[in-house]
Design a protein around this ligand. Structure first.
Ligand code: V47
Ligand code: SF4
Length: 372
């Protein structure tokens, strides 16, 4: 009864009623959710939807990230990872090195997914990317290849004078299985032109994903928050994603990414607070009613907060990862790898059931063992 009274007195009680009766919330509602300090009602709402959609399950996968090169033709203000060609710290993996890393991860960790991205390399011919995919399919044929952000796809289209469809069809033929959600940053033009001029616009990012969905390639979506944007920009970002998902149903997951400022041109900012992280995850779960999954990328969020987020709308913790660079170059102090048993333990500790999934959310192993 006390809880009922508390909820009834909440400044977001009208939104609570909407969500409980399965009505879609508006952009104004989402903005009010960002403005509220009633984190308990927010968490309760997000958790209700999370349990309706994904029961008590929490998903993870066994994956490896490979960032094939940090050489990039542009310089986004939030990025600590990229280097211009010839600059100190620039690196390029050969296709052979990439395959060796992939094979080692399959043999030692039994990965089911490779997540491969890189900078916008000024010199590589298109065949380099095709050859990388072909070599990987030959070396680790069972592994799902989730490669290239929409920003990279847009860069290839401009550089090699092809349409998104032509690029994606050729990459698919070479072995591409799906696209990751990076490069979305904040869609709003006022922010984009300040933090990442010179790369794909929001419309282009959306168009690449729409094209991928039309070709049967599923994708994920991200939002980089906690820098110069405000809540209205975040809501605008979520709105554009919900609209595309209404059209295509091609997104699997949404992953909010907390800004890490170290060694970036925006290092005057602090990292978003824990409350800000939980709010953003919870509101994403509530507003994006057409997204099946919300992921907390533990590398970025920290392990303790990622665990707590499982009560704030999150049903997915990404994977074992291995050799993450983008966040660790920007100051992340999380480990670069978590073992499967560590992942399972932190899921079980909050009373959820760990489920190993493949990239497309087919359950591979459900760990129904009770916590002792
Ligand atoms: O595109 C770069 C962001 C993204 C910083 O699709 C930064 O399942 C915070 O997209 N602070 C790469 N963020 C990571 C990414 C991702 C991660 C996990 C899972 C999936 C998925 C995708 O990271 C970049 C950019 O948006 N980023 N620098 C930074 N300093
Ligand atoms: Fe290059 Fe991507 Fe870094 Fe921007 S975020 S500088 S496109 S590597």
């Amino acid at each position: 009864m006390a809880l009922k009274r508390l909820i009834e007195q909440s400044p977001i009680f009208d939104i609570y009623q909407k969500v409980i009766s399965e009505k879609r919330i508006s952009e104004d509602d989402a903005l009010r959710l960002f403005q509220t300090n009633d984190i308990h009602t927010l968490g309760l709402l997000a958790n209700t939807i999370r349990e309706k959609k994904n029961n008590n399950y929490t998903y993870y996968n066994i994956n490896r990230h490979i960032d094939y090169s940090n050489v990039c033709s542009v310089s986004c203000k939030f990025c600590a990872f990229s280097r211009f060609k010839g600059e100190e710290g620039a690196y390029e993996f050969t296709i052979d090195e990439i395959c060796k890393r992939a094979k080692a991860a399959l043999d030692q960790e039994h990965i089911t997914e490779l997540h491969i991205v890189g900078g916008l390399h000024p010199d590589y011919p298109f065949e380099w990317y095709e050859n990388m995919l072909r070599a990987l399919k030959h070396t680790v044929p069972t592994v799902h290849l989730k490669c290239f952000t929409a920003v990279e796809i847009d860069f290839f289209a401009n550089k090699f004078d092809m349409t998104y469809e032509e690029i994606l069809k050729r990459l698919k033929e070479a072995g591409l299985d799906s696209l990751p959600g990076g490069g979305a940053e904040i869609f709003h033009e006022d922010i984009r032109k300040q933090i990442c001029p010179g790369k794909a616009t929001a419309d282009q990012w959306i168009q690449v994903h729409e094209t991928a969905h039309s070709l049967g390639l599923s994708t994920t979506a991200t939002m980089l928050y906690g820098h110069i944007e405000n809540y209205r920009h975040r809501v605008d970002h979520l709105r554009r994603l919900r609209e595309l998902q209404d059209k295509t149903s091609g997104f699997q997951t949404f992953i909010p990414l907390a800004f890490h400022p170290d060694h970036t041109a925006l290092d005057q900012f602090a990292r978003p607070s824990g409350i800000e992280d939980l709010k953003t995850l919870a509101i994403s779960r509530i507003y994006l009613d057409n997204f099946p999954h919300i992921k907390a990328y533990w590398i970025m969020l920290g392990i303790k907060l990622a665990q707590l987020s499982l009560s704030f709308g999150v049903d997915d913790l990404d994977g074992t990862v291995i050799e993450e660079r983008i966040y660790h170059m920007a100051g992340a102090d999380t480990p670069e790898i978590m073992t499967v048993s560590q992942l399972q333990k932190l899921i079980r500790e909050v009373g959820r059931i760990p489920v190993e999934r493949d990239t497309l959310y087919k359950s591979l192993k459900v760990q129904e063992i009770a916590l002792v």
